[in-house]
Design a protein around this ligand. Structure first.
Ligand SMILES: CC(C)(COP(=O)(O)OP(=O)(O)OC[C@H]1O[C@@H](n2cnc3c(N)ncnc32)[C@H](O)[C@@H]1OP(=O)(O)O)[C@@H](O)C(=O)NCCC(=O)NCCS
Length: 375
């Protein structure tokens, strides 16, 4: 690690105004199922098509811990004839939707860190899905905020935020930036298959932002020193989305199911939990932090049982809700933003010297952990 002190000096959170409860979601899903089964009754009867099954709020809460989610557009998602958000395209001269929510989170992070645009040298947008290929979302956000320097986008799916923190850390250590704004603007409603019972409940929309800078310039009361970052990837097809620019080169694939989020949830659960627990344990050990000194784990928010299991493996006992806070009950899985929402919402009780771990994990597979200590 660097001899220079690098800190997270502020975080920001933008939460969309619309919520969808499990009951609302299931009601619209089941209306879609009823219509599909009626319209396709003959084919189903003839065995040419499988009838669809109802979803259930009880299943969703038990299997995932999710009770509700926030979305940018509620009406389109809950319309059984549509089953996807309606987010109108904007003119090229107007601020993009993704940049807009990113800017809202960024402004809050800058305020909490006590930074103006002039203090920031670089913008990284790190998230699962970019609204377009180019120009980079980061450069649009940089422009909207009046930041000089440079910006770029990066994507490591659900782990994007911790990978983004490491990129910001490295830039500050190298001296190529003194202060970095790292943004996670996740419009997950746009890549979720709302008519697939296995996953229609999983995601929500949100934006988070983090300011990373050198200790010598940090003045806020929200400063956490970064004691260490660790990244790991291992290829897997168990979480996959085949949407991409080459779709245009094969018309047969356009609009097919694989152009939205797909996963083999059981396998992900089984394979990723032990990898994450091992990484956190080894990372703590390499940073000379005893597991009993960790006040809080701000884990990626995909599944409640996953987080319970990971913390238990690391601690050798059940973690308390204070040690392992949950935000996915309210927000659902918000991809890269989940661990940052948890960190943002559950840090105000930290005293000087207390330590915690931000950890994200997901498609790739990818895992990132960041060990921090309150200054
Ligand atoms: C997705 C997830 C919540 C599903 O939970 P699960 O317990 O694995 O559920 P399964 O998919 O095995 O389904 C169990 C049963 O419930 C049924 N079921 C699935 N979705 C349902 C729904 N919405 N309503 C009612 N029943 C449902 C299945 O058909 C299956 O029935 P069967 O046992 O008769 O075959 C869970 O696997 C998960 O969260 N995994 C980790 C995913 C993750 O972290 N991904 C990272 C993404 S970034």
């Amino acid at each position: 690690m660097s001899h220079k002190r690098i800190v997270i000096s502020g975080t920001g959170l933008y939460t969309p105004p619309n919520t969808i409860s499990n009951d609302e979601l299931v009601e619209s899903f089941n209306a879609y199922v009823a219509r599909f089964n009626t319209e396709n009754a003959a084919a189903i009867e003839a065995g040419e098509l499988a009838a669809l099954s109802d979803s259930s709020s009880a299943f969703i809460e038990k299997a995932s811990g999710i009770k509700s989610r926030y979305v940018i557009d509620k009406k389109g998602v809950l319309d059984p004839q549509r089953m996807k958000p309606s987010i109108p395209e904007r003119a090229d001269e107007a601020l993009s939707v993704q940049a807009e929510i990113g800017v809202a989170a960024a402004r809050q992070a800058m305020e909490r860190a006590g930074k103006t645009a002039d203090d920031i040298d670089a913008v990284i947008v790190a998230c699962s899905n970019m609204q377009r290929a180019y120009p980079a979302m980061a450069i649009e956000i940089q422009n909207e905020l009046g930041i000089k320097g440079y910006g770029y986008d990066m994507n490591v799916a659900c782990s994007s935020a911790t990978f983004g923190i490491e990129a910001a850390y490295n830039a500050v250590v190298a001296g190529t930036a003194g202060c970095v704004l790292m943004v996670n603007a996740e419009i997950c409603s746009g890549h979720l298959c709302w008519y697939d019972r296995d996953c229609h409940f999983i995601f929500g929309d949100v934006a988070t932002a983090v300011i990373v800078e050198g200790g010598e310039t940090a003045t806020s009361e929200h400063c956490f020193e970064i004691q260490g970052t660790r990244l790991q990837t291992q290829f897997s097809n168990n979480i996959r989305n085949n949407f991409g620019f080459l779709n245009n080169a094969d018309e047969s694939g356009i609009g097919q199911r694989d152009k939205l989020f797909m996963q083999n949830g059981r396998k992900v659960f089984k394979e990723v939990c032990p990898m994450v627990a091992t990484q956190i344990t080894e990372h703590l050990s390499d940073c000379d932090v005893d597991k009993d000194q960790v006040k809080r784990f701000w884990l990626h928010q995909a599944n409640l049982s996953m987080n319970t299991l990971i913390a238990k493996r690391v601690l050798g006992r059940d973690a308390t809700p204070e040690e392992n806070p949950t935000i996915l009950d309210e927000y659902a899985n918000t991809s890269s933003a989940g661990s940052i929402i948890a960190f943002h919402k559950y840090q105000s009780d930290f005293q000087k010297g207390e330590q915690g771990v931000i950890c994200s994990f997901g498609a790739g597979y990818s895992i990132g952990s960041v060990i921090v200590r309150k200054l």
